[in-house]
Ligand binder design. Structure first.
Ligand code: ADP
Ligand code: MG
Length: 615
């Protein structure tokens, strides 16, 4: 404990920005500051209770683990006191002078990136302790750390840019936060008003919560109660309190079991996706308890990463209490627990998806990304997770989605594979030459619109024993029994292919006669088995100067008029025939989404027009 922490300090620049926003721009829902302070007090008590399991040498060890709120209308103050772990002077600086808290950090980042400052945003990230300055003129934090040699300290600030730390006399262990309210925010020193606010979540606080001496709650853990004894409102309020959220829970899963492991679990899916694209990954936040004692509120390697959107509590009496958090994370028991809960949650989603399709569809629109992430990263649960995926297809209406199971159930009799295609939108896909044979044969094709979908489909190439095949790949194998009339004969067609290969040279890997084309003369297929066309498009877009790595296989439609005429033309006017061949190749690349050197193309079209008009 160093002396030099006493005196005046500047807030970290980010804290200043945050405080500026909190003080000047946040007006709605000011009362959340009380919840934030009570939640910090509760955290501090949880931490102390955890330390008590192993530490004997604790300052003021006889103090009750409780939270005391005091209002003083005359002085216009509200004081929140806990007998938790308290803070040393370093901790005061670290915790209340910088942004350590990931929520406030994300909050600030989103504001910097232009997000609207409103209660939704605070709800998503929480501004934690600093929210007190929405209603406070100034704040005093009196504290004494649980360490035997801790000091009695006073931290104070008016939120305008600096804070002071000084030594005082006579603090008990824990922390007392005295909020000197603004004139306009007198309501928060009014006992009745504060009682109303505290009552909303008091029953979820795991310690006695007292207001001016009167205990407001009976301490019990909601997750240990029987679901039938809990009202919807209680669940909602618990979700909000426990996860610091302002939205309502969307799904809820509350269950207990005692074999093979003792588990009491209460999980929530939020209504809003807490991870805003572009703002970084959120941390997993299902808390681990052992018999109501919090072991870790953000356990890593407990649930798989794709479940990081889940909120709630897992309590297991089988967890060893007296080992460190680090070894807790490696323990097989924690991992087994995580696995069992993951399985159960996946099953829950599947069941609920059947019960209420519309509700699930909405969930999938917001949270589908996590499911897809799970499919490609969670090997143990791959197939059950694939069952949770939903797609538009050539046979659904726009934005109506079906599952793999539905797709498989209506596959054609002789169909072996599951087909999909990635495109910007429905219209683009439906016009593409690759779709022709699927349309004419009435084979359903899954439509996906995001590179991530393509990545997942291409990464996990199987479902229910069936290959998942992109229809722009050369793997598409549909044998046509019906011979089309009037096409080039086999030798003719083969010779034309050979001539085309000679004329086009390096630009194509291989040329063959197509079985899949109906209306288009040629189609460009991806000859690269490792990368789909769309992935290549993406790589090209990211790295514009990269050498062209496109390897295509060209298939010609031997029944198409243009192809038949080209076969005649190459005898009569090879120069023009070559131009036409090159243009056909470019057309097919265009249709596949590769715009190849438009400059060259325009020149060539002009040449062709010259020839044609000379005839
Ligand atoms: P969070 O609670 O999400 O970490 P806050 O901004 O609410 O973020 O609090 C910042 C930090 O300040 C906490 O992580 C904790 O270390 C410390 N802190 C706040 N209140 C207390 C308290 N009553 N007792 C001990 N430490 C506290
Ligand atoms: Mg907090």
């Amino acid at each position: 404990m160093t002396e030099n922490k006493s005196g005046k300090h500047e807030f970290q620049a980010e804290v200043k920005q945050l405080l500026d926003i909190v003080i000047h721009s946040l007006y709605t829902d000011k009362e959340i500051f009380i919840r934030e302070l009570v939640s910090n007090a509760s955290d501090a008590l949880e931490k102390l209770r955890y330390i008590q399991q192993t530490e004997k040498n604790i300052f003021d060890d006889q103090l009750p683990l409780e939270i005391e709120v005091k209002t003083d209308e005359e002085a216009n103050t509200i004081t929140i006191t806990d007998y938790g772990i308290g803070m040393t002077s370093e901790e005061l600086t670290e915790n209340l002078g910088t942004i350590a808290h990931s929520g406030s950090k994300q909050f600030l980042e989103s504001v910097k990136k232009g997000a609207a400052i409103n209660e939704n945003l605070i709800g998503q990230f929480g501004v934690g302790f600093y929210s007190v300055f929405m209603a406070a003129e100034r704040v005093e934090v009196l504290t004494h750390s649980w360490h035997k040699d801790g000091e009695d300290l006073l931290w104070k600030s008016d939120g305008s840019g600096t804070y002071e730390i000084e030594k005082v006399k006579g603090n008990r262990r824990g922390t007392s936060i005295v909020v000197y309210l603004k004139e306009d925010d007198k309501e928060y020193s009014n006992t009745e008003r504060v009682k109303f606010i505290l009552k909303q979540y008091s029953s979820f606080v795991q310690f006695p919560l007292k207001l001016n001496g009167e205990q407001l709650n009976t301490v019990d853990a909601i997750w240990l109660r029987k679901p039938k004894d809990i009202t919807e409102d209680e669940y909602k309020e618990f979700y909000k309190f426990q996860s610091n959220s302002i939205d309502d829970p969307y799904y809820r899963l509350h269950f207990s079991s005692d074999a093979p492991i003792d588990i009491n679990t209460l999980l929530f899916v939020p209504t809003e996706n807490p991870e805003i694209p572009g703002f970084g990954r959120i941390e997993p936040s299902v808390s681990l308890y052992c018999k109501k004692i919090l072991i870790d509120d953000k356990p890593k390697d407990f649930l798989p990463d794709w479940l990081r959107f889940l909120k709630g509590v897992v309590d297991s009496a089988d967890l060893p209490l007296n080992i460190s958090r680090e070894s807790m994370q490696d323990s097989t028991l924690t991992q087994n627990l995580g696995r069992a809960i993951t399985k159960r949650f996946i099953k829950f989603l599947g069941d609920d998806a059947k019960k209420d399709k519309k509700k699930y569809a909405e969930f999938y629109n917001k949270f589908g990304l996590y499911i897809k992430e799970g499919v490609s990263s969670d090997f143990v649960n791959r197939e059950p997770l694939q069952k949770l995926m939903r797609f538009e297809t050539s046979k659904t209406k726009e934005s109506e989605k079906i599952s793999y199971d539905k797709y498989v159930s209506r596959m054609n009799e002789d169909q072996k594979d599951i087909f999909y295609i990635l495109g910007n939108d429905r219209e683009f896909i439906e016009k593409s030459p690759q779709m022709e044979v699927f349309k004419s044969r009435d084979i359903e094709v899954i439509y996906v619109y995001e590179p991530i979908d393509d990545f997942v489909m291409n990464n996990v190439r199987e479902y229910d024993g069936k290959a998942i095949v992109s229809i722009d790949s050369t793997d598409v194998n549909l044998d046509t029994s019906e011979k089309k009339k009037g096409g080039l004969k086999k030798e003719q067609a083969d010779q034309l292919c050979k001539w085309l290969k000679d004329s086009l040279g390096e630009k194509v890997e291989e040329i063959g006669v197509s079985k899949r084309l109906v209306n288009s003369p040629v189609v460009a297929l991806n000859a690269d088995t490792l990368m789909t066309n769309s992935m290549k498009r993406l790589m090209k877009a990211m790295n514009k100067d990269s050498a062209d790595t496109t390897k295509v296989k060209l298939e010609i439609n031997a029944s198409h008029k243009l192809i038949k005429q080209l076969d005649v033309l190459r005898e009569k006017d090879e120069g023009l025939a070559k131009l036409v061949a090159e243009q056909l190749l470019d057309n097919s690349l265009l249709a596949a989404g590769f715009i190849e050197d438009p400059q060259n193309m325009v020149g060539r079209i002009n040449d062709i027009l010259e020839h044609v008009s000379a005839k």
